[in-house]
Design a protein around this ligand. Sequence first.
Ligand code: NAD
Length: 280
Amino acid sequence: MLCLIGSPVGHSGSPAMYNYSFNRLGLDYAYLAFDIKEEETAEAIRALRLLNVRGFNITMPCKTATLACCDRLSKAAELIGAVNTVVNEDGKLIGHNTDGLGWVRNCREHGFTIEGKKMTIAGSGGAATAIEITAALQGLKEMSIFALKDSFFANAQNTVEKIRANVPGCTVNLYDLADKDTFYREIADSDIFTNATRVGMKPMDDQSLIEDPGAFRKDLTISDVVYNPRETKLIAEAAAAGCRTIPGIGMLLWQGAEAFHLYTGMEMPTEEVREKYFAE
Ligand code: NAD
């Protein structure tokens, strides 16, 4: 058995995606979803350990509480401070975070490799932290992080400290997102801009962090984590200006595919899954 824990999970596409893939590959697994509140995380994981499940995915609000329940953590999960995939290896629960790997793979599938590149990225929440840490671990050369001075800002400071201490080969700087001159200057000097904030997601779907269309150079790649709507204002405007665009839905697909590989050692039939469940 495999499953998803978190709350709410009723509308999650994960059971359909994984069960379709197991059937397609003839694998004898079943994937369920359980509604688990944050304070129930440790108890739920004790039960899953007792049942000796192969593994489980974790969604909000249980991602941070899961850290302390694992026997070991991947480097990315440890630095991100959140776990979205747990694999049971002979009774030991190993915590991984595939969100950032899903973003890296999505970039590669769209023809953009991050090694040696400079990225400007906005955001300091869950998705942003996963991308920032993983991109640094995976060979990004330079990163300019822009964040609002809201309750998430301390996260961004923490992320910068962790990258400087653990990945000295990646130069990282943090700026106030309200400083628009610096924002556009850093984008002008970057290979890729990533929106890892909620801007662009309903009800902010009429907004984009890039308000100056002059920022859209043809050799600038634009990536968005928001997948609701599928085409955000940022992605639509960047595509119209001729930029390479990387919408957020592929990150969701590929973080699932990375977890599938950790569970089964096999590749998820991603092309079929994309057509059935993840149309861009
Ligand atoms: P979060 O609540 O952890 O973080 C939200 C971030 O948005 C913070 O950095 C906050 O400062 C910023 N923000 C909020 N309002 C803003 C505004 N008006 N201007 C500028 N910044 C603002 O959320 P999260 O879990 O990181 O999710 C962020 C987005 O990423 C959501 O749209 C979510 O659906 C999406 N997401 C996508 C994937 C994927 O696989 N594609 C995975 C996780 C999250």
